[in-house]
Design a protein around this ligand. Sequence first.
Ligand code: ADP
Length: 497
Amino acid sequence: MHIINVAAEMAPLIKVGGLSDVTCGLSRELSKNNTVEVILPKYRNIHEDYLKDLKIISKDVITLENKKKYKNTIWQANYDKIRITLIDPEHELNYFGRDNVYGYKDDLYRFLYFSRTVFEYLTKHHDSFDILHIHDWHTAILSVLFHEYNQKKPNVVLTIHNLQYQGRCHERHLNSIGLDGKKYLDNGSMQDNKYKHSLNLLKGGIVYSDAITTVSPSYAKEILHKKNGENLDITLIQNKNKLHGILNGIDQNIWNPETDKFLKVNYSSKDSLEKILKAKKENKKHLRSKLDLEDKHAPVISNIGRLVPQKGPSLIRHAILRTIEKNSQFVLLGSSPNKMTERRFNNLREKLHSNKDIHMYFGHSEELAHLLYAASDFIIVPSFFEPCGLTQIIAMRYGTIPIVRRTGGLADTISDIDNPILQTKASDGYDLTPNGYTFDAFSQKGINNALDRAIKAWFDDPQKIHHIKKTIMNIDYSWKKSAEKYVELYKGLIRQD
Ligand code: ADP
C-alpha cells in the first residue's frame, strides 16, 4: 500500500505536541510493510540533521492564492524508511519561515495555502497512491479539495487529535485558495454548527473524508455527546458509521530508556529490578543537581505538557502545593501559549522562590522531558478531557508511575492499582493491568485522593512501588497493534472502491 500522511508536525523534525509523535510513530510502523510518505511545510526550524539525501525534486508546483500565482519548491528526503516531502513556498508573507509552528494571526491562511499546495503536488506531480491520511484542522480541507475537483478521489482518512481545535473561518478564507466559500456555507457541508456565518474546516474533514479516526476508543465515544462534542457532536453522530477510535502508541525508537541520549544512566525493561531502580536513582540525582533541587528521601512528581485549560492548570498548581505539603518534590515542564496562565504559574513560582522542592520550567525542552520521564517517580496528568495523552504512556516505558484523571485516552491506558471501582476494563485487545493511580472528579478533592495514595505508598510501601515500576515498563504500548488497526481500516476502504 502507498500511504501519504499530511500533517503540520512530525517528531523529531518539528514538534509542538502529541500530533508530532503520532505522525512519526504511526508512519514508522506502517513503513515496515508499506510505502509511506509524510508531507510537511518546510519550516525554518525543521531539524534537517535527521534527514538523509535532502534534495529538490521540483520548482514547478504553482499555488493560486487570491488569484495570484506563487511558486513552491518541493524538497524530498528520507527519514528511516519514510519518505519526507517538504513544501517550501516562495511567498512574501514567509508563511513557514517563522519562529513557531502555530500562534499567528494568519494561521488559517498559512495552512490553507499549505493544503492547496499539497493538492497541486499530489494531483499534478505525483504518481497514484492508495490512502491520503490527513490530520486535524490544518489539513482537513484536502478532503474538500478532492471532493470538489477530482472525479477519481483517493481514499481519505481524517484523524482528529483534538476536537477543540477546529479551524473556524470565513468564506473569504476558502475563496483565497480557489474554493467557493459561499457554496460550502451549508449545514450539511462546512457551516459551523454554532456560528452560522462561519465555516469550519474540521467539519469539512468530517463530512468529506471516507473514514474518521480519533486517538482512543473512549474519546471516540465521548465526542458524540454535548459535553465533549465541541458543537460538532451532531455532525459526528451523523457520520458515526465512519468514526473509529484507535489508541495511539508510542515510537519505541524515540522513547527508549535503553538508548536515550538524554539520560545520565540508561536502563531497560529487561534489566533486573535492582538495576532499573539503581539507574532511575542515578537519573534522579542528576536531575536534582541540574535543577537545584534538594537531594533527599522523597518522590519526584512531574508534569510535562502544554499549559492550556484542557490540561487542568488549576489542578496542576494545586498538585504542586499538595506535593510540597507532603514533603515531596515537583517538577513542571510546561509550555503556555496563554499569558494569563503563565502569569499564574509565575506568581506561584515567586511565592515559592526559595523552596528547593519544586522546579518550574516554561518552554519546550526535549532534553528535560526525556530526563524527567526517567528520573521521576510519578507523572501527574489531571486533564479535563484528553483525546489520548502520550505523557502517561511514555512515562510507563521509563518506569514512572502515572497519576491521571480518568477521561478519554487516560481512562483507556491507566487502571487504578488500589481501587477496583477506578479500574477500566480492557477493550479492543489493549492491556489494562492495574498500572497507576486514577481519580474521577475534576476537583482538588479528586486529585488529592490519587496523589495522596501515591505519595503514601512511596514512603510506606516501597516494595509495592518498585513492583509497579517494573510491571509498567513491560506493558506493550508500541504502535504495532494500533498500526494494524489502521491497516485494516485502509484495506476496508480500498475494498469498497
Ligand atoms: P498534546 O498533544 O495535547 O500536547 P500529548 O500528551 O498527546 O499532549 O503529547 C504531548 C507530547 O509533547 C509528549 O511527547 C510530551 O513529551 C511533549 N511535550 C509537551 N510539552 C512539552 C515541553 N514543554 N517540552 C518538551 N516536550 C513537551
